[in-house]
Design a protein around this ligand. Structure first.
Ligand code: AMP
Ligand code: MG
Length: 335
């Protein structure tokens, strides 16, 4: 059976995945760039991607026993993301497509998070809460586009968690460690109150904001509050802000499904909050398994497969990367 290959390289993750024509997913092989100190430097991440890409492609093809003549097309993340990182993926995708003489398909990374979720969970017309490192958006389909109903006005929720963690000496990615610390705090303090660790709330109309919350959380640490307690408070404030905007989007649009996506959707507390909110209003909450929440090549392949079904192809002259590509600038032709 024919296979669509997907290349992901928008930021810290280089990943190659695939999907069969039937829609059956083939898990990705990935390499994660972890800066020795500080945040992600785009050029260093891009160097990491070019150094690892041929190894990861070979590994992916070998593990899955994929013959080159079974490859139907090559999909890649065209944007949004860090320019130097995107460029590595795009160059490799062009080279593979021309070597194999198969079509190239440039796809929108944010929309790939939606489509892998729909593939995995079976939900049909969800409000997507997309919570990742660099992106935080509440998205829903209207007409032939996925529209952004609300989004962060400053930094992405994952970046906020990573920055807070980094200031406490916790390496990237900080989100999972913050989750562990918060869980421990709640286990030890089941009746804990947010009153003495209050933070600015992140809701701004239908939009979100996390930088004030980050500064205030750091201030609590400077004031001597226990790290685990502040982690717990940070999660409660950040996640409930996202869930509130998501609930309002459900109400305004009359939709009944929530789909979580992006790396922060690995977090059990945000999943729980989404589930409770949905239960209370007769909606349902969904999320893909962890390997498909974080950035991965399989989701790029899945969006490539859908685009291919509607005969989309990206000619080389249109295959330039677009670091600022918006979720709502892509026409959804496959639904
Ligand atoms: P992505 O950009 O979608 O690949 O996701 C990466 C982001 O997800 C990073 O900011 C991580 O800190 C965050 N992340 C991953 N796992 C968790 C978790 N369990 N809880 C909170 N954030 C997480
Ligand atoms: Mg992402």
């Amino acid at each position: 059976m024919g296979i669509v290959i997907g290349l992901e390289s928008t930021a810290h993750t280089l990943s190659i995945g695939g999907v069969k024509e039937s829609g059956e997913l083939i898990p990705s092989c990935s390499a994660l760039f972890r800066p020795e100190e500080g945040g992600i430097h785009p050029r260093e991440a891009a160097d990491h991607h070019s150094e690892n890409v041929s190894r990861i492609i070979t590994q992916f093809l070998d593990i899955n026993n994929i013959q080159k003549n079974n490859i139907l097309s090559i999909a890649f993340s065209q944007g949004p993301g860090l320019g130097p990182c995107l460029r590595v993926g795009a160059s490799v995708a062009r080279a593979l497509a021309s070597e194999l003489n198969v079509p190239l398909i440039g796809v929108n990374h944010c929309i790939a998070h939606i489509e892998i979720g729909r593939n995995q969970t079976g939900c049909t017309d969800p409000v997507l809460l997309y919570v990742s490192g660099g992106n935080t958006q509440v998205i829903a389909r209207m007409g032939d586009k996925y529209r952004v109903i609300g989004e962060t006005l400053d930094i992405g929720i994952g970046n906020m968690l990573d920055k807070f963690a980094r200031a406490q000496g916790i390496p990237f990615p900080g989100g999972p460690e913050i989750e562990k610390l918060a869980e421990r705090w709640v286990a030890k303090n089941p009746n804990a109150s947010l009153i003495d660790v209050e933070l600015p709330y992140g809701v701004q109309g239908m939009d979100l904001s996390f930088s004030g919350m980050l500064t205030a959380a750091q201030q609590l640490i400077n004031d001597g509050k226990p790290l685990a307690q502040v982690c717990w408070s940070l999660q409660e404030h950040a996640f409930s802000s996202c869930i509130e905007v998501t609930e309002r989007a459900l109400a305004h649009l009359g939709k009944t499904e929530v789909l979580l996506g992006g790396g922060v959707a690995c977090n059990l507390r945000i999943r729980q909050m989404s589930e409770i909110m949905c239960l209370e209003r007769g909606a349902s909450s969904h999320w893909p398994e962890k390997q498909y929440c974080i950035d991965n090549g399989t989701m790029i392949a899945e969006l490539g497969r859908l685009a291919r079904l509607s005969n989309e192809e990206t000619v080389f002259s249109d295959s330039k990367i677009n670091p600022l590509l918006r979720t709502d600038s892509t026409i959804v032709s496959w639904l």
